[in-house]
Design a protein around this ligand. Structure first.
Ligand SMILES: *Cc1c(COP(=O)(O)O)cnc(C)c1O
Length: 418
């Protein structure tokens, strides 16, 4: 056998071993980072296919390279399925990920220096909605809106006032650490009142929208951007949707504006994920993600945890650890040692620094993909209370890690061999 025919384990044992290790780690721990999930074996197979070999700059029927007989059909299928799934007019499946998808929206509709508005990072927004360390905050004039100091929910009157004052070209809605429902219709009204384009970034909640567990921005927002790898349960990637009249500008912004050839293996994985999300059981999954987040929030409140906005409407929970007397980073690290993996996160009006903030962000998409339910959420809250109360107790974290691994064995994760 020539070297190029060798399986990974023989050709590159070091990397093969690390992949096995990661697989085991993902299998024996509770993965609570709300932007993560487990893809199916089918999505993994499509993503790890020979489609990675092909160059196909352009779009189906209008390519700059020959040999697109198969690739065109793959991209068409991905598009058709996504349009059906979300009830959209136009979709572009080529953005390399969520951030490039968002950048394409700026390129399509803004000039450098133009005024834009989005939810500020400390209030739960995404970097690419104009935060100052991002290219979107450097090349455009960003006026972030925040959340109300009283209930930590988005204050629509404040958004309207800022929009009147700054007349943004783009008004972004969507976030990464906001646990409440987005009122897309209210944002539409504000955008219309100042002539802004409304962009809904549903990266986190795309699976919930597809499954009917969060209101849909389709038919309301001008442009909708998303990742494909969070609640949507596809490979890492990005997509852009719009009304038909904006299709040309957006497509030109993605290619040739920002990118070269699309990642065709990813496109195939996205097509598979869309196929899976079109099945009736995906609705049940989306519902269960939200039900589990509610159950976990209730259980945490019962154990004295303080939650930003007091609870959740979606898949994620932002915990304010101040009353527990522990910083977010220490808590996240202790929980990780116990097999419970979340991320430290700023809370609105956080008195602490972003690299060592007061909050912990967790979510239920991945553990729901394993089939866990409300009973498991109660056990999880119990473990979290114990670990956060004694983060330096190595015996405790070890015992919890063992119990977590045992629970995980009863709920095998999709796509894992171990
Ligand atoms: C995750 C996320 C993104 C960026 O996605 P990447 O694939 O990490 O670039 C953009 N917007 C929001 C709201 C997100 O949550």
């Amino acid at each position: 056998m020539s070297n190029t025919e060798l399986p990974l384990a023989q050709r590159d044992p070091e990397i093969a071993h690390l992949i096995r290790e990661e697989e085991a780690l993902e299998g024996r721990t509770l993965r609570l980072i709300p932007s993560e999930n487990y893809v199916s074996r089918a999505v993994l197979e499509a993503t790890g296919s020979v489609l990675t070999n092909k160059y196909s700059e352009g779009y189906p029927g209008k390519r700059y390279y020959e040999g697109q007989q198969v690739i065109d059909r793959v991209e068409q299928l991905a598009r058709e399925r996504l349009l059906r799934l979300f009830g959209a007019e136009h979709v572009n499946v080529q953005p390399y990920s969520g951030s490039p998808a968002n950048l394409a929206v700026y390129l399509a509709f803004c000039q450098p220096g133009d005024s834009i508005m989005g939810l500020g990072l400390p209030a739960g927004g995404h970097l690419t909605h104009g935060w100052n360390v991002s290219i979107t905050g450097k090349y455009f004039t960003s006026h972030a809106y925040g959340v109300s100091p009283n209930d930590h929910r988005i204050d629509l009157a404040e958004v309207a006032r800022l929009a009147k004052e700054h007349r943004p070209k783009l008004l972004w809605c969507g976030g990464t650490a906001y646990a409440r429902t987005w009122d897309f219709a209210a944002f539409r009204e504000i955008a219309d009142s100042v002539g802004a384009k409304l962009v809904a970034d549903i990266a986190h909640i795309a699976g919930l929208v597809a499954g009917g567990a969060h209101p849909s921005p389709f038919g309301i927002a001008d442009v909708i951007t998303s990742t494909t790898h969070k609640t949507l349960r596809g490979p890492r990637g990005g997509v852009l949707f719009s009304k038909a009249e904006l299709a040309k500008e957006l497509d030109r912004a993605v290619f040739p504006g920002l990118q070269g050839g699309p990642h065709n293996h990813t496109t195939a994985g996205i097509a598979v994920a869309a196929h899976e999300a079109l099945q009736p059981e995906f609705k049940a999954y989306a519902r269960a993600v939200v039900d589990n987040a509610r159950a976990l929030a209730e259980a945490l409140l019962g154990r004295g945890f303080s939650l930003v906005t007091g609870g959740t409407d979606n898949h994620l929970i932002l915990i304010d650890l101040t009353n527990k007397g522990i910083a977010g980073k220490l808590a996240a690290q202790a929980l990780d040692r116990a097999g419970i993996c979340g991320n430290y996160n700023s809370i609105p009006f956080d008195p602490r620094k972003p690299f060592d903030p007061s909050g912990l962000r967790i979510g239920t998409p991945a553990i729901t993909s394993r089939g866990m339910g409300p009973d498991e959420m109660k056990r999880l809250a119990g473990w979290m209370e114990q670990v956060v109360a004694a983060p330096d107790d190595a015996g405790l974290t070890q015992r919890v890690a063992g119990e977590v691994a045992e629970l995980c064995r009863s709920f095998p994760a999709p796509g894992l061999l171990t």
